[in-house]
Design a protein around this ligand. Structure first.
Ligand code: SF4
Length: 291
């Protein structure tokens, strides 16, 4: 496949065919994110997308899952997305699901009937970066929406019928706002009630605004135990009706997984023990962490 590198996908899409109908991120302003800084956002021409599908069908064989890259494929117009999904299900008869990242702005701006058509055409799940529930932190990291906008974007995704997987970032408020990040993020997650939560650990990336702020002493990075304490505070404040919680990304110091609400108290107790007795646990060393 003729990919425009680098290419990113959620960990749960490890076995999916990745198509790249869009390049880069339509937002690309977040101060902590270096994923698409080298790319100018564009939606591929239909002829390019068709050529990618032809190439994929020639070598990929049986395909059950497809992930649409890059950072916000939902920025594509509704008609084009519906046509793309139709072509994918036609080309790959065994296809069971198609997923993509989504930006909150597109969920807010697309009419509901357009979102529902995209869902009916077979885009089954959206991955959305909530990052933090704190308006102050969202503003500082230039996410592009506040917490109310994020909640509304997620509500619209659910109303349209998408499964919703969100990510949050522990440590995004630095040491100064660690409690605030935990409590306000939990509050927003409670309002969203996502199907899946992925908790990632902030890892400043060279070349980003946040990295520069950290180097210049304007942002204090949490240490591993402070990060795990923040995660514990967030879990303590979660009140979810049914959600798969994962904290097993390469950026995390301690892999965790559980169903909420059932496993919440077990996870909180484990994190409390790690914070109180760190010598009993082997945390992922810095050199093995990644994004
Ligand atoms: S965090 Fe998401 S929305 Fe922000 S720049 Fe990175 S890919 Fe784009």
């Amino acid at each position: 496949m003729n990919y425009d590198m680098p290419l990113f996908r959620p960990p749960s899409e490890a076995f999916s065919l990745i198509l790249q109908p869009t390049i880069g991120c339509s937002n690309n302003t977040c101060t902590f994110c270096g994923m698409y800084k080298m790319k100018k956002f564009r939606i591929k021409e239909w002829a390019e997308i068709e050529a990618d599908i032809r190439e994929a069908s020639a070598y990929a064989g049986e395909v059950e899952r497809i992930f649409l890259a890059d950072g916000n494929a939902l920025a594509m117009g509704t008609e084009m997305m519906v046509s793309l999904l139709g072509r994918l299900y036609e080309t790959f008869p065994g296809l069971k699901r198609v997923t993509s990242y989504a930006g909150p702005r597109d969920l807010l701006e697309k009419p509901m009937d357009g979102l529902k058509r995209i869902r009916s055409a077979g885009l089954t799940m959206l991955y959305l970066g909530v990052e933090s529930g704190s308006d102050e932190i969202l503003r500082e990291v230039r996410k592009g929406v506040d917490s109310a906008g994020m909640v509304e974007a997620c509500r619209r995704a659910k109303e349209a019928g998408f499964d919703l997987s969100v990510t949050v970032l522990t440590g995004l408020g630095g040491r100064e706002k660690t409690r605030q990040n935990a409590v306000e993020t939990a509050s927003v997650l409670n309002r969203i009630q996502p199907d899946y939560i992925g908790a990632l650990t902030l890892t400043p990336v060279p070349g980003t605004v946040l990295y520069k702020k950290m180097r210049e002493g304007e942002f204090t990075l949490l240490n591993p135990l402070e990060n795990l304490r923040e995660l514990k505070w967030m879990l303590e404040n979660l009140s979810l009706e049914g959600c798969l919680f994962r904290c097993n990304h390469a950026s995390n110091y301690l892999p965790l997984k559980g169903r909420l609400p059932e496993d919440r108290d077990r996870l909180v107790a484990l994190l409390e023990d790690v914070v109180q007795n760190p010598g009993r646990y082997r945390l992922r060393p810095e050199h093995m962490r990644g994004l």
